[in-house]
Ligand binder design. Sequence first.
Ligand code: BDR
Ligand code: CA
Length: 330
Amino acid sequence: MKKIPLIMDCDPGLDDAIALLLAIASPEELDILGISTVVGNVTVSQNQENARRICELTNQPDLKVFQGCARTFFERISPADSEYTADIHGETGLGGCKLPTPTMPLQSQDGVSFIIETLLNASEKITLAPSGPLTNVACALIMEPRIKDKIEKIVVMGGVIGLGNITPTAEYNFYCDPQAAYVVFTSGVPIVMIGLDATRQTQTSQEWLRTLAEIGTPVAQAVIDMLSFYHRPNAFLEPGVLGGVLHDPNIIAYLLKPELYSGRNAYVEIDVSSTIMAGRSTVDWHGKLGRKPNAYIINKVDVDGFFDLLTSRLNRYPMTTEKVHTCNHC
Ligand code: BDR
Ligand code: CA
């Protein structure tokens, strides 16, 4: 099978961290060219550190991590003082997981230049998988429009057809930087939008965390330490949500097994006003406007298939880390 050349752009973030783990565990399908980080769940300097923590956890210190934009176009949310994100992802962005300070280097090139240079020099088209505010991707598109021809597609976690999660109308990533989302959705590049309608279907449960405990590796334990944050007493969860919503791993699961997902092509418009609608992704699901679709919108996930895939890939980590012996009987 031909590998997908991939740039991940993220703000880890609990669910971004799981997306990284899923991608790194899938070397047969994915060729990770680099990981750019962006302001979002926490500051960009914390995000890049967290990305390096995850790479080191998986014994992949050769993966390249870049620091991208430190602020969004209009700085709608400042993660440094956002209580909201601390409630969702913890003070460090990794919940209760205490991974050591990374020793692998941060790349000296900035994240936006990395995206531009990698695309311009590529001999084949590259897929982008952004799981944070779209600031880095939008900056790259603005600075060097020629990269459009080198992008296979952008598989983005963001937006929603229905109700928002940060405001009544908007999803967090698009709300943080509506202008960036607007730039991306008007770029003409093929987009797969995996928004809250789909990602809310993939929620963690205590039962699934117990399954992970049986794996007994440092990676599985780190995932438990991260995601138990969603199951703590008084966890900050959306109404109707029972566990942690694994938003971001869906963009990687989609690349690995698109058959787990369904949706349709539709026209999407991002609201860049400074009103209650800021960051809203209005999806013309029924084609009422007669406009040309600019994205493939996912609205359904095969949830069992998603968790089977995630569990089996997390189970691979003995390939790179020592399996901890958990048997109490011998
Ligand atoms: C998105 O917001 C962030 O908090 C998550 O990491 C995810 O990318 C969901 O709205
Ligand atoms: Ca994210």
